[in-house]
Ligand binder design. Structure first.
Ligand code: ATP
Ligand code: MG
Length: 328
């Protein structure tokens, strides 16, 4: 059975990009693989957070995992900081990673904006992510396209570790969807939809009210033409709407292009909004019931035990290979 690992940060609001690029792909995987889905709260600390808000968001994200259809009987759901092996593996891998390769990470360049006063954690974040994945001897990592570079670094670190200290890690493969792996901001279709976006007009949250979904799609930035054609360079806004509609309706983009020939952008915007509302409605309903039930905390406590049972062995191997003696 294949092993799957992925994580999301409990920051801001889970948005349509997170859902279509990652979470939606988790659901079928739980039927065929041994899955570990983590709320990566240690990653959230790389930029300043309000502690109370972080606590709240951690439980909220776990609730959304469940509401989206993850079944704790089939997949292990847990909070990263509940399994201390992640932080320990991160240190060991920081000593394998090189400053040069971390400096090349585009996410650090984007989020750090060249400032010297960002946290050191923002810089070393990819080593923590490598630890997250490698500790589980992961085969497959379902992520959005923006994580491709970090996954390549994870593979490089695993390979370097194996060559330096002896065979320890399985080398993981990314699983990145053909459509939906890079949903763009509705207000700024040249940049990816992001939790850390400055404006709420950028994203649709998984818990967003239908009226607000319609409003945001109506205001989504498109070009001044009227032709509905998939061309991310020339028509990023329209192409983004086509991508979203394509994943949600399972229709190839070429079919949608034909269907919308001669129709205006308004049509495409409304149909996309409707498809999004329909997709999110059952998740929202389940979420509101779940939160009241207190079930989320129970699932997470059980998940942490199951996660640690897997990572213990890998961490012990890493330490032994690197020359750290076991405690008597
Ligand atoms: P931040 O901007 O603060 O990093 P984020 O929106 O990128 O937040 P993450 O928690 O870092 O959210 O990412 C969770 C998952 O969602 C990852 O697999 C990531 O690749 C995916 N993802 C993030 N943004 C998008 C997007 N716009 N389109 C598709 N997938 C995305
Ligand atoms: Mg991100």
């Amino acid at each position: 059975m294949k092993r799957v690992f992925s994580g999301m940060q409990p920051t801001g609001v889970l948005h349509l990009g997170n859902y279509l690029g990652a979470l939606k792909h988790f659901i079928p995987l739980q039927e065929e693989a041994d899955c570990y889905f983590c709320v990566v709260n240690l990653h959230a600390l790389t930029v300043p957070r309000d502690p109370e808000e972080l606590q709240k968001k951690t439980v909220e994200l776990a609730g959304l995992y469940l509401a989206a259809g993850l079944d704790p009987e089939k997949a292990t759901l847990f909070v990263q900081s509940h399994n201390p092996d992640h932080a320990e593996a991160a240190w060991l891998l920081q000593c394998v990673a090189r400053i040069g390769e971390l400096k090349r990470m585009t996410q650090f360049k984007d989020k750090g904006k060249g400032s010297d006063s960002v946290s050191a954690g923002l810089f070393t974040y990819p080593a923590l992510m490598a630890g997250d994945v490698l500790l589980y001897q992961t085969d497959l990592v379902p992520v959005g396209e923006d994580q491709k570079q970090h996954l390549e670094l994870t593979r490089d670190l695993a390979d370097r570790f194996n060559r330096t200290y002896g065979e320890t890690f399985r080398i993981p493969e990314p699983q990145i969807g053909k459509t939906g792996a890079r949903i763009m901001g509705l207000d700024q279709p040249e940049r990816k939809m992001s939790k850390s976006a400055a404006s709420e007009a950028n994203y649709i949250t998984v818990l967003e009210h239908p009226d607000s979904i319609v409003k945001k799609f109506k205001r989504a930035v498109t070009d001044s033409g009227n032709e509905i054609r998939f061309d991310p360079d020339q028509k990023p806004g329209v192409s983004n709407l086509l991508s979203i509609l394509s994943v949600l309706t399972d229709k190839p983009i070429s079919t949608l292009e034909e269907e919308y020939q001669g129709k205006g952008y308004g049509h495409l915007k409304l149909d996309t909004a409707e498809a999004v509302i329909e997709e999110l409605k059952p998740i929202q309903d389940r979420y509101h019931k779940l939160v009241q039930s207190g079930e989320v905390e129970k699932v997470l406590a059980d998940g942490a035990e199951r996660a640690r049972a897997v990572t213990e062995a890998t961490l012990a191997e890493m330490k032994k290979a690197m020359g750290l003696i076991p405690r008597r």
